[in-house]
Design a protein around this ligand. Structure first.
Ligand code: DGJ
Length: 736
């Protein structure tokens, strides 16, 4: 019974509900630090009573007084249709009303997790709606999703099918969300919730995190703080079109809904068929935004991210170094360079394939995954041998969901692409790129075979960069029947996920990066099959501080690929010294994105030092707890965060100056997450000064570091001509 008190408690108590005395089944879905309390009275709709700090049994009876008791946990459309609904169904006879009542509550075990499923049925129609909650021992995240089963004799139409709903008490509630675009992903917006609807949506069809993100945080105590205050976090675990919205109406609540974007996606559910929504992961923390992020990170690393507990290698990716100009000597040079810098993996990006149509620029050959032997006479075998010679692993770029009109695949199978009948074909990148129709099982086989063939022929391939550089450009599936055209967006992702399942079953060990024109696929719906994502095509270290800050709200450093690129930067043309570029990249999954042979000896030395130091702190960055300390979005001229081991015996502190003026007074940054009673010795990583920092080697108590912080010089002590307007510090704090 001990387990039950940790996981989930069920209290059947006679609670007086407004208007009637009913037998209530109050269920406390409890995690170590949180509780989601629902009320499943048979014959009534499921209700949600509470979400917040963990409650104990004695707290539950009083919840009847809470106005939250009036909120249905999964409101259905039709009767009193004025409010927003999570579910909207047109029944086979055209009736648009649904009235759900609880018929059953069941608890099942699955891989150590406990799933509570509340089944509701319509009072008249044989439509079944099962609302599920998964609680995993040790994690302050609850996953909720819904299974909708059509028991009617004819198909029903699902007009809306959200993953979940949460009422949040009206007040000084702030919403934190991410917005952006290509090369500027994951910028942060913080806003108080006003009356009306605030919607965050995606309709790209293929990728879903360039322009907005399917994750949000709610601060219940006004303007969000990093390490204090009550926060509710929500992450929709879905790689396709989504809709998250908050309706702040004339009631006392902000009504939050999240799920698949139903626009142009009404789903016809056949007799006996079940539609399962994607999961919505909810978290609560009383330790501010960083606390909610830590909850997501721990849960994500351990239960969702592919191989989330395996250290990631330091790599060199060829893209910004050579773009499409791939050839054997250049690839070998890059392998030798990354090996000599201490890296562990070389990844050959776009440009290596295409026989009839060579991939010399971006307008040909997607779909024709044969080596271009004009560029690489010894093929992939040759490259693998060269990589082995230099003692590094080898990775390769593919874009399997796409083709070009200039490809053998398209010439043979124009019916495999997404295309609306009677319309001119709309083409994307390079004026020729098209999206393959993942709803089509034949296309699913093709995509599986691309990876399977590579991995079977060349099992030594260690890493795949899986790119996706086009949205759905016309709403039309050549595979789906006329009455199922509205299924395209959903069936595309069903097909993709099915294919990824097959790939992972056959090839569980290869590391796969989710790239999509940069950061288009940073979402928890993708990561079960992927080890990491490409954060952005913008590698400018200054802008990366902002983008990585936003990304870290929901995703751990281990998944966030972060590369040292050339100066001037290829996107912003900013000139940033190597030390600063390295200090930013080291706060994520470190890599390089440049032609190393263009570096000066001094820059090479800085890079080599950074890689060596990163290897020392890699477990802290990749598996540690994140404490964001000072946000770049505060525009105070500085940004800072730190990672701390769960044992609090080792930590890394990052400090980046984000602007430079004379007579600048930057705030001192109190640290967080340390043990106040432990003593920590300070060692600077990547130092470039002629003389060490005053604090080098000194020992400070956790209490001092957290209440005071350390004063850091605003420039380096280097030869006069070597100073620049950039400054950053990385400090390791090791408990004595
Ligand atoms: C877009 C990616 O984001 C880049 O990193 C690179 O892989 C190119 N595609 C290659 O075409």
């Amino acid at each position: 019974m001990k387990k039950i008190s940790y996981l989930m408690m069920t209290l059947a108590a006679a609670l007086t509900l407004p208007g009637a005395a009913l037998q209530a089944e109050v269920i406390n879905l409890a995690t170590p630090g949180t509780s989601l309390v629902i009320d499943a009275v048979k014959g009534e709709p499921l209700r949600i009573l509470y979400y917040g700090d963990r409650l104990e049994e004695k707290d539950l009876p009083a919840l009847q007084a809470s106005p939250l008791l009036h909120h249905e946990a999964y409101p259905a459309y039709g009767i009193y249709p004025q409010g927003e609904a999570a579910l909207s169904v047109t029944h086979a006879d055209g009736n648009r009303t649904t009235l759900l009542e609880v018929t059953d509550v069941a608890t099942t075990q699955q891989d150590g997790a406990e799933i509570t499923s509340v089944t509701m049925r319509d009072r008249v129609y044989p439509l079944e709606v099962k609302v599920n909650y998964r609680v995993r021992p040790g994690y302050d995240v609850i996953e909720t999703w819904t299974d909708i089963t059509n028991g009617e004799k004819q198909p029903v139409t699902l007009n809306r099918f959200m993953s979940g709903y949460l009422p949040i008490r009206y007040g000084n509630v702030w919403l934190s969300s991410l917005y952006g675009t290509w090369a500027n992903e994951s910028e942060l917006t913080e806003e108080p919730l006003q009356h009306g609807v605030r919607m965050i949506k995606n309709k790209d069809g293929v990728r879903n995190s360039h322009t907005a993100h399917g994750e949000v945080m709610f601060s219940l105590d006004g303007k969000p703080q990093e390490n204090t205050g009550r926060i509710i976090g929500a992450a929709l675990c879905y790689p396709g079109n989504y809709k998250l919205f908050v309706d702040t109406d004339d009631t006392d609540f902000h009504h939050f809904f999240a799920g698949i974007n139903e626009e142009n996606s009404e789903y016809h559910l056949a007799k006996g068929e079940t539609f399962s929504t994607p999961e919505l992961a909810l978290t609560y923390s009383g330790e501010g935004l960083s606390g909610a992020s830590r909850n997501f990170h721990k849960w994500g690393r351990d239960t969702r991210l592919h191989a989330g507990n395996k250290e990631r290698k330091v790599l060199l990716n060829s893209w910004e170094g050579v773009y499409f100009d791939i050839n054997e000597p250049v690839m070998e040079g890059m392998m030798a360079d990354i090996a000599s810098l201490g890296g562990e993996l070389f990844v050959m990006d776009d440009g290596w394939f295409g026989t009839k149509y060579p991939r010399t620029v971006d307008n040909a050959a997607l779909g024709d995954w044969t080596v271009d032997t004009r560029k690489l006479p010894n093929g992939i075998d040759g490259l693998l041998k060269t990589a082995e010679k230099h003692g590094v692993s080898f990775g390769i770029w593919i874009e399997p969901e796409m083709t070009n009109t200039t490809s053998v695949l398209y010439e043979k199978h124009p019916e495999y692409v997404i295309h609306a009948q009677k319309r001119d074909t709309v083409k994307g990148r390079g004026g020729t790129q098209l999206v393959l129709d993942m709803a089509n099982p034949k296309v699913q086989d093709i995509v599986f075979t691309i990876v399977d063939t590579l991995m079977t022929k060349y099992p030594a391939i260690d890493y795949i960069k899986w790119d996706a550089n086009a949205p759905i450009m016309e709403h039309g599936s050549q595979y789906l029947t006329a009455d199922k055209q509205s299924h395209l967006y959903i069936d595309y992702h069903k097909g993709l996920m099915k294919t990824l399942d097959r790939i992972r079953e056959a090839h569980p060990d290869v590391t796969i990066q989710a790239c999509a024109s940069g950061g288009g696929r940073a979402n928890w719906g993708m990561l079960p099959w992927f080890d990491e994502f490409w954060t952005s095509d913008n590698n400018d270290a200054l802008q990366r501080i902002y983008m990585q800050w936003g990304t870290s709200y929901f995703f751990p450093a281990i998944a966030m690929a972060s590369h040292i690129s050339a100066s001037p930067n290829h996107q912003t043309f900013r000139r940033i010294p190597t030390k600063f570029r390295a200090d930013v990249a080291m706060s994520g999954r470190l890599g390089l994105e440049m032609q190393p042979k263009d570096m000066t000896d001094e820059d090479r030395a800085v890079c080599a030092r950074a890689i060596a130091d990163y290897k020392k702190i890699r477990p802290i960055v990749q598996f540690g707890d994140l404490y964001r300390l000072h946000s770049p979005f505060e525009k105070d001229g500085v940004a800072s965060l730190m990672y701390v081991t769960p044992e609090k015996d080792d930590a890394v502190f990052f400090w980046w100056k984000t602007e430079t003026f004379m007579n600048q007074q930057l705030p001192r940054i109190p640290m967080a997450g340390l043990d106040p009673d432990k003593m920590y010795r300070v060692t600077e990583l990547n130092p470039i000064d002629n003389t060490p920092l005053d604090i080098e080697g000194k020992v400070f108590s956790g209490k001092f570091l957290m209440s005071n912080g350390l004063d850091l010089p605003l420039t380096y002590k280097v030869d006069y001509h070597k100073n620049t307007d950039f400054a950053s510090r990385v400090l390791r704090l090791t408990a004595e």
